[in-house]
Design a protein around this ligand. Structure first.
Ligand code: CA
Length: 243
């Protein structure tokens, strides 16, 4: 079962972005826009992790955090607080709100996803897989090792992140813009053609000889990890080894 993450955030665009990125990582996501509503819903169902905005209508994130810590069911719920830059974030750091971690807006999405993963791994190690497998390719998030048919691949840091991102959602087509958001982060300005360059490097590193290309180019749309690659892998790798 996928770890469940609840996002309490009143800024709609940010809430959508977080949902999108968390779902891409395989989490089940709930979004709530008000603090008081979150208070009620968290009494009914406790997620595995909470992303909580500091300023919320109805009930502030800090007050909600305090209430959650006072209830036995949510006493140990992992909470990452999202705070605005400036006075509030200075204050929230000084306060003992009971949050486990703080992220200051605007934050980089890959960085936040890494913190979510790290925190879930701490509390629910059995639910967070460090190993991603697609066909004859396996990628270890912990050691940053990638192997194809047992052979270790040498990938640059961006190619590694790109492959990791694609392997998280086999078959799903990502636009260049979505790949930029998910791999490079939202605040970094990179030209969309950069994505093509890195996909090219990734292909070169992953495919040797007549090995099948796991990355699908979708004209006018973007790139995807070919989901049929996963299914046909044992034959594909046997073929490539005999070739
Ligand atoms: Ca807010």
């Amino acid at each position: 079962m996928a770890p469940r993450v609840t996002v309490v955030e009143d800024e709609e665009a940010l809430s959508i972005l977080l949902r999108y990125n968390l779902e891409s990582e395989g989490y089940a996501v709930d979004t709530i826009a008000r603090g008081d509503e979150a208070d009620l819903r968290l009494k009914e169902q406790v997620p595995d992790l909470l992303l909580l905005d500091w300023m919320l209508p109805g009930l502030s994130g800090v007050e909600l955090c305090r209430r959650l810590r006072a209830r036995p069911e949510t006493e140990r719920l992992p909470i990452i607080m999202l705070t605005a830059r400036g006075e509030e974030s200075e204050r929230v750091r000084g306060l003992s709100t009971g949050a486990d971690d703080y992220v200051v807006k605007p934050f980089s999405t890959p960085e936040l996803m890494a913190r979510v993963r790290a925190m879930l791994r701490r509390v629910k190690p059995e639910r967070i897989s460090t190993q991603l497998v697609a066909g004859d390719i396996d990628l270890d998030r912990e050691t940053h090792r990638v192997r194809r048919a047992g052979r270790e691949l040498k990938l640059g840091p961006t190619e590694f992140k790109l492959l990791e991102f694609l392997m998280q959602s086999p078959g799903r087509v990502f636009s260049r813009e979505q790949l930029l958001d998910g791999v490079w982060g939202r605040d970094i300005y990179v030209d969309e053609r950069t994505v093509d360059v890195h996909v090219g490097r990734l292909r070169k590193a992953v495919n040797r000889g007549r090995q099948r290309d796991p990355i699908r180019t979708v004209r006018g749309a973007g790139y995807a990890l070919d989901e049929t690659f996963t299914a046909a892998a044992p034959r594909a790798s046997a073929r490539s080894e005999s070739a």
